[in-house]
Structures are given as structure tokens and as C-alpha cells.
Design a protein around this ligand. Structure first.
Ligand code: ZNH
Length: 141
């Protein structure tokens, strides 16, 4: 669970991201694939060039799912339940990759919001993204 200060940090950064989900998402994916090329194997059916339509679409979906979690901080399990089923039953992404994506998202937030994404906000987002990740891998077996 999150402290009031963590909730405020998560919510206020989300408010800045919300209108730019596709941009932020596409950049986070580009960073993921450049820094950790092994993660590209899940997306062999995508055009992975910088800012491609595929990256914008998929990145936007991922960021919006994170936004849904940010708006349900007391009940992330429930908010991401069907996405958790999808990752466990169909996508079967290696759980280690979630840390890599979380890192790429945080670097992207730092680059876009250098003032707002200070050390306190980053720590809150690190915790938040690790909760989101654990929900998405919770149904693996
Ligand atoms: Zn995931 C899909 C989210 C992580 C891989 N995803 C997806 C989607 C979403 C997401 C929203 C869509 C769904 C539908 O359509 O329905 N993810 C997410 C999140 C996260 C994630 C939120 C964290 C944070 N993923 C991940 C990782 C990976 C992945 C890490 C690897 C690397 N996903 C994926 C895939 C898919 C998805 C492959 C499918 C895509 C297509 O379209 O094909």
C-alpha cells in the first residue's frame, strides 16, 4: 500500500502523462528495445522503428493501463485483473522483463518531466511500477 505522499506523487505525474500516452509509451518502448534488445523478441510482428505507428499504438495501450492503475491505487489487482490474465495465459512474457520496462518508463518520465520527476516522485513510481508488474505476473503458474 502507498503512503499519502506516494499517492500524491504518482497521481500528479500521471496527470502530466495522461494527454501524451502515445508519445511517452512509444519512447519508453524505444528505450526498452535499444537498451535491452532481447525484449524485441516479443514484438517480431511490429515495426520497431523510432516512433512507428506500432510503437505509438502499443506504447499508448501500456501507458493507459498504467494510468488505470494510477487511478485505482487502492485496488490495482482488480483494475488490472483481465490484463493479468492476458499476460499469464496468452503472452507469457518472462517476468524479468517487467523490471526492464519499468526502468525504461522511469527514464522516459525523467526526460520529459525533469522538475516534477524528482527523487521522491521517482521512488514512488518505482514502487508503483513494481506493484503493477507483480499484479501482471501474479497469475503465472
Ligand atoms: Zn504487455 C499487450 C500492458 C509489460 C509484452 N500489454 C499489452 C496490452 C497492454 C499491456 C494494455 C494490450 C492488451 C490488449 O490489447 O488487450 N504490459 C502492459 C503493462 C506492462 C506490460 C502495463 C507493465 C507495466 N508486456 C510487458 C512486458 C512485455 C510485454 C514487460 C515484454 C517485454 N504486452 C506484451 C505483448 C503484448 C502485450 C507481446 C501483445 C502485443 C500485440 O499487440 O501483439
Amino acid at each position: 500500500t502507498f503512503s499519502e505522499a506516494e499517492k500524491a506523487a504518482i497521481t500528479s505525474i500521471w496527470a502530466k502523462v495522461a494527454g501524451h500516452a502515445d508519445d511517452i509509451g512509444a519512447e519508453a518502448l524505444e528505450r526498452l528495445f535499444l537498451s535491452f534488445p532481447q525484449t524485441k523478441t516479443y514484438f517480431s510482428h511490429f515495426d520497431l522503428s523510432s516512433n512507428s505507428k506500432d510503437l505509438r499504438n502499443h506504447g499508448g495501450k501500456v501507458v493507459k493501463a498504467i494510468g488505470n492503475a494510477a487511478q485505482h491505487l487502492g485496488d490495482i489487482d482488480h483494475a488490472l485483473s483481465s490484463l493479468s490474465d492476458l499476460h499469464a495465459q496468452k503472452l507469457k512474457v518472462d517476468p524479468g522483463n517487467f523490471r526492464l520496462l519499468s526502468h525504461a518508463i522511469q527514464v522516459t518520465l525523467a526526460a520529459h518531466f525533469p522538475k516534477e520527476f524528482n527523487a521522491v516522485a521517482q521512488a514512488a513510481w518505482d514502487k508503483f511500477l513494481s506493484v503493477v508488474s507483480s499484479v501482471l505476473v501474479s497469475k503465472y503458474r
